[in-house]
Design a protein around this ligand. Structure first.
Ligand SMILES: [Zn+2]
Length: 203
């Protein structure tokens, strides 16, 4: 089992390689590695990230086969199936680090802000289920002075949404709460589309 602190360090280093364009993951994509993993996996981190095509966790953290247990959903929201996926990996594989990875200019946040400005009757029920999960943390910001500043509002809304998902994972699951006593750590992080840098939030 790899401790959360060490797992976090690996992700930081991997992102550093990604940003400086020095890739190390090729070594982990060999046939022998694949054969080894067929017998079992021990991912060192769980990543709940956004589905955005520009933010693939394995690439931005420069990791290979078997390294990350990744759940991706638009807006990195937390619904029961996401919680269940995190519980599964944390229990089954002993993974002790969970990262909620949001990103700048997230489409799910933009769609939610759009919906707050101009509520639409025609939005599909399924898309609405995502917007409804993003809405509470964004709505409070929308009501403040930030509501008048488009860029600042989007920036803060992205971060508020990441924090909300972190809170839901920390407090929305008995299984995960119990594992916290056994070293499980949930952290938020934001990927910058512009620089490629992942900024980990303070706990
Ligand atoms: Zn997104």
């Amino acid at each position: 089992m790899i401790a959360a602190r060490e797992a976090l360090e690996r992700l930081r280093e991997g992102n550093g390689r990604f940003v400086s364009n020095v890739r190390g993951s090729a070594a982990f994509l060999t046939h022998s590695r694949r054969a080894e993993l067929a017998a079992g996996q021990e991912p060192f981190a769980i990543v709940l990230g956004c589905s955005d095509s520009r933010v693939p966790a394995e690439i931005v953290f420069d990791q290979g086969l078997g390294d990350l247990f990744v759940i991706r959903v638009a807006g990195n929201i937390v619904a029961p199936s996401q919680v269940g996926s995190v519980e599964f990996a944390a229990e089954r594989f002993g993974t002790r680090l969970v990262v909620v990875l949001g990103h700048s200019q997230c489409g799910a946040i933009l769609a939610t802000l759009e919906e707050l400005r101009r509520p639409s009757e025609r939005q599909s029920r399924n898309l609405r289920s995502i917007v409804d999960r993003v809405r509470p943390s964004v709505e409070t910001l929308f009501a403040t002075h930030l509501g008048d500043d488009g860029d600042a509002l989007i920036r803060e809304a992205v971060r508020a949404n990441i924090r909300a998902s972190v809170d839901q994972l920390r407090h929305g699951s008995e299984v995960l709460e119990q594992l916290t006593a056994d070293g499980l750590v949930v952290v938020g992080a934001e990927y910058s589309l512009e620089t490629g840098v992942v900024d980990f939030f303070d706990r």
